[in-house]
Design a protein around this ligand. Structure first.
Ligand code: PMP
Length: 394
């Protein structure tokens, strides 16, 4: 099938919820993608911060093929070996005592909010059901996760949403203090906001939220769907803050592109949810969990994380050295980088694509750079050279 007919069929048969670029991707290898015209792209978005080990990673591919040929799905009514192996890894390398698996980031946040409601009901009664979220947040598109997602255009068409959610400005501890009360069951926050424009929480903010949650008996939920699992150069983004949550949600990179999410919880939270009170047919299936074990074992290595941190620093240094009047700020952590411009970013994304570089936005004026975590300084040099031309011509 040729490219134009694929694009025409998409327009005919698929719901038009995505603005897709006019290209059909066919194959990937490492940090490169190839379209049906045989063009090569340097992928500095990694499927929106997902493909941590790069495309078609041989070890992941082998694990998936072997597992698919061994056992693909049995439901969560039985024990399986890959799921428990992944759970053990996540627990032994985090604050958490237990894991609940999901299929996406939204589903992970959905579950985290449900767990908070149930946990609080057992302790504080019916009155402790409010949830505090923050300006600029993105927690997903399902009703509960959406209710805690800040952007009005995502939420308002679907109102009424889950009641009891309020928003404080991000990094404004006084505003958070005014909203968090004994009626609060959970505070949900991204340690580094992704969709909202690549904004890191300040240490005072996250530590202050921890103290407020402790004071009022509320759960602190860290959404590390985008910033977690090595993206910031630490296994968990919150490690940089010396603060631990009660609940952490993960998804995007966990199985290098296969659908998976996870909710990591303390024993105290886990004890509030009994058999039959939450579930998911596909979640934690053998194939995705085998893939995730490969990802986890590679990404959690200290040398791998050190390389992410070093390459992230190098990328920011190179971007800061660009001589463009349009660049307002270069920020981020590890390989989650935001370049704030004083012009709309959409034409720059298109210009970069035309030159063989894939990057993404985070809001209208922030260029988001989130390559596979395996990039090298040479890839970074290539990407920065293209970006320099594109931003220079903006
Ligand atoms: N939380 C964060 C921080 C995210 O960045 C995203 C996705 N952009 C989600 C939740 C939702 O994840 P998913 O699209 O897998 O439902």
């Amino acid at each position: 099938m040729d490219k134009q007919s694929i694009i025409a069929d998409e327009a005919r048969y698929v719901m038009q919820t995505y603005r897709r670029a006019e290209m059909v991707l066919e194959r990937g290898e490492g940090v490169y993608l190839y379209d049906t015209d045989g063009r090569r792209y340097l992928d500095f978005m990694a499927g929106i911060a997902v493909v941590a080990l790069g495309h078609s990673d041989p070890e992941v591919a082998t694990a998936v093929a072997e597992q698919a040929a061994t056992l693909t799905h049995v439901s969560n009514l039985f024990h399986t070996i890959p799921q428990v192996g992944l759970a053990q890894r996540l627990v032994e390398h985090s604050f958490a005592d237990r894991v609940f698996f999901t299929n996406s980031g939204s589903e992970a946040n959905e579950g985290a909010l449900k767990f908070a409601r149930k946990w609080a009901r057992a302790r504080g009664g019916e009155g402790q059901h409010e949830i505090v979220a923050f300006g600029g947040s993105f927690h997903g598109r399902t009703m509960g996760a959406l209710s805690t997602t800040y952007k009005a255009i995502y939420r308002e068409p679907f109102a009424p949403l889950v009641p009891g959610v309020c928003f404080a400005p991000f990094n404004d501890l006084d505003a958070a203090r005014a909203l968090i009360s004994d009626a609060t069951c959970a505070v949900i926050v991204e340690p580094v906001q992704g969709e909202g424009g690549i904004h890191a929480a300040t240490p005072e903010f996250l530590r202050g939220l921890r103290a407020l949650c402790d004071e009022h008996g509320a759960l602190l939920i860290f959404d590390e769907v985008q910033c977690g699992l090595g993206r910031t150069g630490r296994l968990w983004a919150h490690e940089a803050y010396d603060v631990t949550p009660d609940v952490m949600t993960l998804a995007k990179p966990l199985a290098n592109g296969l659908p998976i999410g996870a909710i990591l919880v303390t024993e105290d939270v886990a004890a509030a949810i009994g058999p039959g009170e939450h579930g998911s047919t596909f979640a934690g299936g053998p194939v995705v969990c085998r893939a995730a074990q490969v990802v986890f074992d590679r990404v959690s290595r200290p040398d791998f994380l050190a390389a992410v941190a070093a390459n992230g620093d190098y990328l920011r240094r190179r971007l800061r050295a660009l001589d463009s009047p349009h660049i307002v700020d270069v920020r981020g952590a590890g390989l989650l980088v935001g370049v704030e411009l004083d012009v709309p970013v959409a034409p720059i994304l298109a210009a970069a694509r035309a030159r063989g570089l894939l990057v993404i936005n985070a809001g209208d004026k922030v260029l988001r750079i989130a390559p596979p975590l395996i990039v090298t300084p040479e890839h970074i040099d290539d990407a920065v050279a293209i970006l320099s031309e594109c931003v220079g011509q903006a």
